[in-house]
Design a protein around this ligand. Structure first.
Ligand code: ADP
Length: 198
């Protein structure tokens, strides 16, 4: 089994790289998706969030009211840390369970947006970082429907390219075309994944 940690800032192309790796046969474990699943109605995760922050973070139909929760933790680092303390262990536990259930020879790609921020670089055999120059990244996020101010605020709240590069085994540059990205993913597969499995 080869465990790859994939990270990069918002809008860098993690989902795009995940899809390319999945098409080569990798099993993708998406931390953001798990983070949503662990607080679905009826979960212990949602119960813990309500216990910590009150019924005000629920909508009328009992699902998590994300804007309300965001409002609570936005300007309050202690509340944010409390929320992370509920969600992050549940995400790690679920990712661990999915990894344990995968075949012995699997290539597992963990798409973890906050890999650097949460200090998880040491959990993987290889850390793969996707980067895009700032103007291109902003343009792609705006194209995806975000305002430029919102995109900048989110980028500023995350680790820097330098911090991600410091833990990277391989850096992919996604400032060019999708074809150029696919070529880099192919090279990564040939030069790093296949030898590691052999
Ligand atoms: P992330 O998962 O890191 O937030 P995505 O893979 O969703 O990033 O990419 C961000 C946006 O940029 C998406 O709309 C995606 O389709 C687009 N995109 C990704 N790579 C390229 C590329 N090389 N050229 C043009 N658009 C791209």
């Amino acid at each position: 089994m080869l465990r790859i940690g994939l990270t990069g800032g918002i809008g860098s192309g993690k989902s795009t790289v995940s899809a390319l790796l999945a098409s080569r046969g990798a099993i993708v474990i998406d931390a953001d998706r798990i983070a949503r699943e662990v607080v679905e109605p009826g979960t212990a995760g949602l119960a813990a969030v309500v216990e910590a922050f009150g019924d005000g973070v629920l909508t009328a139909d009992g699902t998590l009211d994300r804007p309300a929760l965001a409002g609570v933790v936005f300007a309050d680092p202690a509340a944010r840390a409390r929320l992370d303390g509920i969600i992050h262990p549940l995400v790690r536990e679920t990712a661990g369970r999915l990894t344990a259930a995968a075949p012995q020879d699997a290539v597992i790609v963990n798409d973890v947006p906050l890999l650097v921020e949460t200090g998880q670089a040491g959990s993987y055999d290889l850390v793969l970082v996707v980067e895009v120059d700032l103007p291109t990244r902003l343009a792609r996020l705006v194209e995806r429907g975000m305002t430029e101010d919102d995109a900048r605020a989110r980028i500023d709240a995350q680790a820097t390219d330098e911090q991600r590069r410091a833990v990277a085994d391989v850096v992919l540059d996604n400032s060019g075309s999708r074809e150029q990205l696919a070529e880099q993913v192919d090279r990564f597969w040939r030069e790093r994944v296949e030898p590691a499995r052999a």
